[in-house]
Design a protein around this ligand. Structure first.
Ligand SMILES: Nc1ncnc2c1ncn2[C@@H]1O[C@H](COP(=O)(O)OP(=O)(O)O)[C@@H](O)[C@H]1O
Ligand SMILES: [Mg+2]
Length: 509
């Protein structure tokens, strides 16, 4: 068992308890000692006083006749009775006249005359070496003189001190006994507390909740400490159980997460594969379409050549009319093939934008050349608006022209009155390019669909003469290639605007 810091604290509670027991015992013993000494003192004092008074009275009676007759010799003989009391050092008899009639023992210090004396009983302290008594000698109820006594207290004091020493010895023995017993019992009481503290330190240091404090009921039976040990052990068991539960929950959670992650991975891979397959299929379809429209061009050209040859064979009126319809059908077919080829080319990724500096003047004059006649044929105004000075875009010119061609073509096509305006405005380092018209406009519910393939708001019968419905689909793909997006605003009956943003060339060049 490793020695952990704080173990020495056990010593402190033990010594505190020990000191407490010692203090309480010492106080109790001291009180009893002092009380005993006082009682003993009182008792002894009373005994000494009684014995002296009785002796003095006996001596007084013995000497009363001699005193009455002032007989010195008889008085001295009578006083010899005092020999029976060894503690009496000296004594003197005084008749009523007050002079000293007779003495006994060591007469030094005995007063010659009673004038200095007053009647008193023996009085003394534990430190006094001697005491005195002065009392009247009575004969037939009246005082005939006085007796003076001096008694040594040395013997008495010796006895008293011996008693006291014995008592102190006994008390010290008691204190020693109490200390020994206290040590034994305190050790027994403190041992389980120390073990409990040791176990708690070990648990704290090792984090091992399977440890338990040892119950020590064998020595002291059930008490608060054994209850504390039990509660502590129960607490440890509870913590251990919770820790086990937590660990198993943790493991369960981990395995669930792993499971879910694995299934997510699988799902992701499946999705990825499906997406790749769909993309591959779309690409294959676009390639097939491109190849087909390219190959279809050959027989169409052949048909055209055959029709021209047929025209030269001198046709009658009906045959010329049929030939005319044939031309229009061939034209439509050509346009359709062009549009399909465009879309499939854009979808297969065969077209890569090649951005360069494109002057706005050049762009707009090309457009003007292409569309002004078309607009004039419908009596529409056709205008441009752009900032003064040289302005240039940084973009792919061919793709931008394709995009504008679709938007401007639509604007002229769906406008009967008013005109078409192509505008370019600076917006920071970008140009906002807009195609305005005062045409029929687009209903809000159609606005989201006009960019879909084959959607035409005004041609539910799908009359090929009214166009193919592929122009905006192509425009949207071109915009994506140019990294921009076409936004359409429109008010039905008032007109529409289609706009998108492109980067300006640096320095406006
Ligand atoms: N400027 C416009 N004004 C009104 N409607 C328009 C305009 N441009 C496009 N549209 C609507 O969007 C449809 C799709 O346009 P588009 O894809 O170019 O096909 P198409 O021009 O061949 O009909 C058009 O049929 C028309 O209904
Ligand atoms: Mg169109």
């Amino acid at each position: 068992m490793p020695q952990l810091p704080g173990n020495s604290r056990y010593g402190s509670i033990r010594s505190k308890l020990f000191l407490l027991v010692l203090l309480v015992s010492a106080i109790a013993l001291t009180i009893s000692m002092v009380g005993g000494a006082l009682l003993e003192w009182n008792k002894q004092q009373e005994q000494v006083r009684q014995s002296l008074v009785t002796t003095a009275r006996a001596a007084g009676i013995a000497a009363s006749a001699a005193l009455a007759f002032h007989d010195r010799k008889a008085a001295g003989d009578a006083l010899r009775i005092l020999q029976a009391q060894t503690m009496i050092e000296a004594a003197a008899l005084y008749p009523l006249e007050g002079y000293r009639l007779a003495t006994y023992g060591d007469s030094g210090g005995l007063p010659d005359n009673v004038s200095k004396l007053s009647e008193h009983l023996p009085d003394f302290t534990p430190w006094s070496a001697a005491t005195t008594l002065f009392q009247p000698v009575v004969l037939d109820g009246s005082a005939i003189g006085h007796l003076y006594l001096r008694a040594s207290l040395l013997d008495y004091r010796r006895t008293y001190l011996l008693h006291a020493a014995l008592m102190i010895g006994a008390n010290l023995l008691g204190l020693l006994l109490a200390a020994g017993l206290a040590m034994r019992f305190i050790d027994r009481i403190v041992k389980p507390v120390r073990e409990l503290a040791g176990t708690s330190r070990q648990v704290r240091a090792s984090g091992n909740f399977s440890l338990r404090a040892v119950p020590s009921e064998a020595n002291l039976g059930r008490d608060e400490i054994s209850e504390l040990v039990d509660s502590f052990n129960a607490m440890l068991a509870e913590i251990e159980r919770r820790e086990r539960d937590l660990t198993s929950y943790h493991k369960l959670l981990e395995s669930r997460v792993l499971e879910r992650t694995a299934s997510l991975h699988t799902a992701n891979r499946e999705l990825q594969l499906a997406k790749e397959a769909a993309e591959a299929a779309t690409l294959a379809k676009s390639r097939f379409l491109a190849a087909a429209s390219h190959d279809l061009r050959q027989p169409i050209q052949a048909i055209n050549l055959f029709k021209e040859a047929l025209d030269k064979t001198g046709l009658n009126g009906e045959q010329t009319r049929i030939s005319h319809f044939l031309s229009r059908a061939i034209l439509n077919l050509g346009e359709l093939l062009d549009a399909l080829l465009d879309i499939s080319k854009l979808d297969t990724g065969a077209v890569a934008p090649q951005p360069g500096v494109l002057g706005v003047h050049k762009l707009f004059s090309d457009i003007d050349a292409e569309f002004s006649l078309l607009a004039a044929a419908k009596s529409l105004r056709f205008k441009f608006s752009f900032p003064p000075g040289a302005t240039a875009l940084f973009t792919d010119g061919a793709l931008l022209q394709g995009l504008l061609r679709n938007l401007i073509g639509n604007a002229i096509k769906y406008t009967e009155r008013g005109g078409v305006l192509v505008a370019l405005r600076r917006r920071g380092d970008q140009a906002l390019i807009q195609v305005w018209d005062t045409g029929i406009g687009i209903a809000p519910e159609h606005r989201a669909m006009i960019f879909d393939e084959y959607f035409q708001a005004g041609n539910p019968e799908r009359d090929k003469a009214k166009g193919l419905g592929l122009g905006l689909a192509i425009a949207r793909r071109l915009a994506t290639l140019l990294n921009t997006e076409i936004v359409c605003h429109s008010r039905p009956g008032k007109g529409s605007v289609f706009e998108f943003r492109l980067p300006l060339a640096p320095n406006g060049q």
